[in-house]
Design a protein around this ligand. Sequence first.
Ligand code: PMV
Length: 323
Amino acid sequence: MSGKASAAPRAATPAASPHRGSAPGAFGPGKVILLGEHAVVYGHPALAVPLSLGVTARGTPSQRCELSGLPELTAAQRKMLDSAFEAVASATGRPPLSIALSSTLPVSMGLGSSAALAVAVSRLLLEAAGARTSPAKVLALALRMEEAFHGTPSGVDHTVSAHGAPLLYRRPVPGRPGRVRRIRIGARAVLVLALVGPRRGTQETVAALRRRAARWPERYGRLFKEMGRLAVEGTAALEAGDLESLGDAMNVNHGLLAAAGVSSPALDAAVDVLRRAGALGAKLTGAGGDGGAVVALFRKAPPAGVLESAGLRVLTSELEPTS
Ligand code: PMV
């Protein structure tokens, strides 16, 4: 598969767009985590940017509040979606709307499809319920859906989706508030996203890592702290337009994620192919585990076909400098 997704803040700005004369619609963009996944669960910062690929929710008046679409979901994913939808439908008083979902994002690849869905559906339900759609309300409702999908998500995915902008994100932890900082992009770059393959759910990979971290807290605590420092350093590099430094931080972060046990031979192989194709940095993105996606940073897109001929399915995404 190949496609073009823009991670430029302006191109990815999510729209809650009541289209005149057609069904009202809302969009939630996907995201790619450049630095800091997993550590973000433990209160360390993560750097993520939105994609222009995402999920659209369209509503038509109906007798009941119901949801359809996304035929590609498995029975287990559909069941999870139904219970997540139930939570937000009842929280918004079940507005009489039949919501049809469509997605340009690959599902279960670490590109934030569940968060994009949660943001699109939450926006639409809030509008249909006649509520003022403030970002805080969208975030709170989308979090309820994310919790149904992932248990205790850090919140980075749906926060980036709801803001539609590159963020340095830190979740609140007991005794310390969270922090969301919009960041500047200091240089044009291309992100190549290699879709390595289906994987187990985020919740499972996060839980397995949590068990290791609970057993050896100091060892894993050191890894998480270093991942968070890389996110802060990589953010400064991206804002300054220092792509070499950002790429190096991504390479080091991949090594730490592998050390934490969330990479796989297929993810490592894709990282290797992308680095040999000239990436300034490459790492797994999202939960990883036994599949998912790799993100690689390039100054310019690598020649068409080079990656596909190495057997990689890729999407490209541009980072546009902030004006
Ligand atoms: O569900 P994914 O693959 O987009 O991963 C989310 C990122 C994690 O840090 C692994 C989990 C979280 O809740 O932040």
